[in-house]
Design a protein around this ligand. Structure first.
Ligand SMILES: C[S@@+](CC[C@H](N)C(=O)[O-])C[C@H]1O[C@@H](n2cnc3c(N)ncnc32)[C@H](O)[C@@H]1O
Length: 333
């Protein structure tokens, strides 16, 4: 854990150090460069810019007349990406915002349509590796897990304020944890004597409840569930995809890399909905949902990382890339 001095200069130098040491290896890099038509003029958005690994590679392959934008809700990622991309004239702005505000962001930038968008979901390596952010079940840190430090809700609040039923349902829904009820009851019992406000304290309650067998996997599932809830990750994804698809010009493409089945299901179903798949309840005599084909999924099955990539970057193991192309405008006008 880095030592932080409690004065302004100290905070600034600490932030600078972090910008320098922000290392995230982008996943499926060549596949992303091939997926998005950056070699032609147009507007492109990386909505999860992180350390700008993908965006820098996209810029290097872009036409001189292309305009590229990055966005992230983590202010540190925005600082890193801004510094890394400062010499490229095609990079117009790096914006600090949640991607669910995408329509508003482009409206304010007076952008009507875009030619491509990338979403590389989940967390960056520094978010996990820097223990003080509270995402990791290893180490000792405040139970925080916020990607956006302007947000008030933290993992500590959820762990200490939800009742046993709510906690169990969160662990089941977002972590698919089979012992969710047992763990939730143990948390509620334990916090009666002491608040659980550090990653270490939560780890201790979980390990004393489930024992050593499969402990690491259980911890990973519980921490993942809390992270998804704190950052409302699935709501954010459900909200951004239609906004991105609606903003694509015909011929424009969207590429999404997801890291677990809950995310991939949302991507797959949203692409299907925009591809004319009827979503009427079973048994309807005729289609009444107005199914209309505006999007062509280009990946019937999602693209995964090669064995070689997984060896050099284990984080890529669970990556699934889906790509789709806008083929018609919406009937909604
Ligand atoms: C896997 S990292 C992206 C890494 C990036 N592609 C690179 O090459 O460095 C995911 C990033 O998305 C950001 N993020 C996740 N959910 C977000 C949301 N709803 N709005 C904006 N940014 C988000 C995280 O803060 C994180 O920086």
């Amino acid at each position: 854990m880095t030592l932080e001095r409690n004065d302004e200069d100290g905070a600034k130098s600490n932030e600078k150090g972090k910008v320098k040491n922000f290392v995230h290896q982008p996943v499926l890099l060549n596949e992303i460069v091939q997926a998005l038509p950056v070699a032609s003029d147009g507007v492109f958005f990386d909505l999860t810019v992180g350390g700008a690994g993908h965006l820098e590679e996209l810029v290097k392959h872009s036409a001189p007349g292309a305009s590229l934008y990055g966005l992230d809700r983590d202010s540190l990622a925005v600082a890193v990406a801004t510094e890394r991309l400062s010499t490229y004239p095609q990079v117009k702005r790096i914006i600090n915002a949640p991607f669910s505000t995408f329509s508003q962001v482009i409206r304010e930038l007076e952008i009507e349509t875009i030619s491509g968008a990338l979403l590389d979901l989940g967390v960056s390596s520094p978010q996990i590796d820097w223990a003080e952010r509270g995402f990791s079940f290893q180490g000792e840190a405040p139970l925080d897990m916020r990607m956006d430090s302007r947000q008030t809700l933290t993992a500590s609040e959820l762990v200490n304020e939800l009742d046993a039923t709510e906690l169990a349902s969160l662990f089941w829904k977002y972590g698919e944890e089979k012992r969710s009820r047992r763990i939730a009851s143990a948390i509620v019992a334990s916090r009666e004597t002491q608040v659980i406000d550090t990653t270490g304290a939560l780890r201790k309650v979980i390990s004393s409840t489930v024992g050593p067998a499969n402990l690491t996997r259980t911890l990973a599932r519980i921490f993942q569930a809390l992270r998804i809830a704190v950052n409302r990750e699935l709501d954010e994804l459900e909200s951004v995809l239609p906004q991105v698809i609606d903003s694509l010009r015909v011929g424009g493409k969207v590429a999404v890399i997801s890291y677990h089945s809950l995310e991939d299901r949302i991507v797959k179903q949203t692409f299907a909905r925009y591809s004319g798949a009827c979503v009427c309840p079973p048994g309807m005599p005729i289609c009444a949902c107005g199914a209309h084909k505006e999007l062509q999924p280009l990946t019937k099955k999602p693209i995964g990382a090669s064995e070689e990539e997984v060896k050099s970057n284990p984080r890529s193991r669970s990556a699934k890339l889906r790509i789709a192309e806008r083929i018609a405008l919406s009937r909604r006008g």
